[in-house]
Design a protein around this ligand. Sequence first.
Ligand code: XLS
Ligand code: MG
Length: 344
Amino acid sequence: MAGTFRFTFGPWNIHEGADVFGPMVRKTISFDKKLELYKTLGFDGVQFHDDDAVPVLKGKTASQIQKEATALKKRLDNLGLTAEFVAPRLWEDPLTIDGGYTANDPYCRSYAIERSKISIDIANALGTDLLVLWLAREGTYIREAKDSKVATDRLVDAINIMLAHDPNIRICIEPKPNEPMDHAYLPTTGHALAIGMLTDDPKRVGVNIESAHAILAGLDPSDEMGFAMAHHKLWTVHLNDQNGLKFDQDKSFGSVDLRRAFNQVRILDTHDYGQHGEWVGLDVKAMRTQMDDMATLHLSNSLEMFKLLLEISRSIDEKTIEHYISDRNYEGLDLYIMKHIIGK
Ligand code: XLS
Ligand code: MG
């Protein structure tokens, strides 16, 4: 009945503020400088894309990649930081315009799979057994461009090749219903868990639930988390917030809906999240209006909100909740929770 919470974020969460309609508004902070900020911001773990860990992957030999990843691991050790996961960045390369694992071009599919194997090798060098797959371009702009049954089979084939590449790697699918694609394959936790059952080693396929992605699918993030924990498959989370069904905002945790954030913290704590080494990951972006010297507040604010909501959840009198429930007085329970959250 109590989680163990350690926190991570990815270096892409400290960013220059460019968006689809405007250029960068803040100075670039170097990767090394970003690593030095983690501990001061209260974070002990780092999420990586493959090319965050080893920049400019294309053209590098396996031994060069291994050398650079091993050197990074030493830097992490010196800073007291742990690599949480590695994610192949399969959404920027020209070869992934039509997707990676589900691309219609077999050459592009093989590129995505080879790059995923390299990501696994980098994960090993960094000391993590977790590979996160955000299937950004695995989808379509028009249904007729791909066959969804064939696409599902190709996703299973790709995951099986990754599972065979390393007997210890765990594949953590990060579902999202759309963007950049019009419709993305595996849009929800249920889809991610279901496809895991189709693979050669289902116990090594789990899920990374992002608050905003569940909200974009019209679902409640805490319910998605509870469902995944019932399967023992919630291996990491991406906490943030989202204001309505629009582009993925990656807003600070709790910034739009405190009750929704409260329930995410509560379900994780109730079911001992973290007891098996799971990290609480953030995936948050600073507002474009933030100035250079305030470009990490979205991270410290999100962390502070998590801790405050955890304090509130743990201060609730569980007996009082049980009485409201046994009386089936959910209106009374509703007010009790709301007053607790606003400190009344
Ligand atoms: C999308 C993903 C992305 C990271 C991980 O939300 O989490 O932000 O790059 O692949
Ligand atoms: Mg995310």
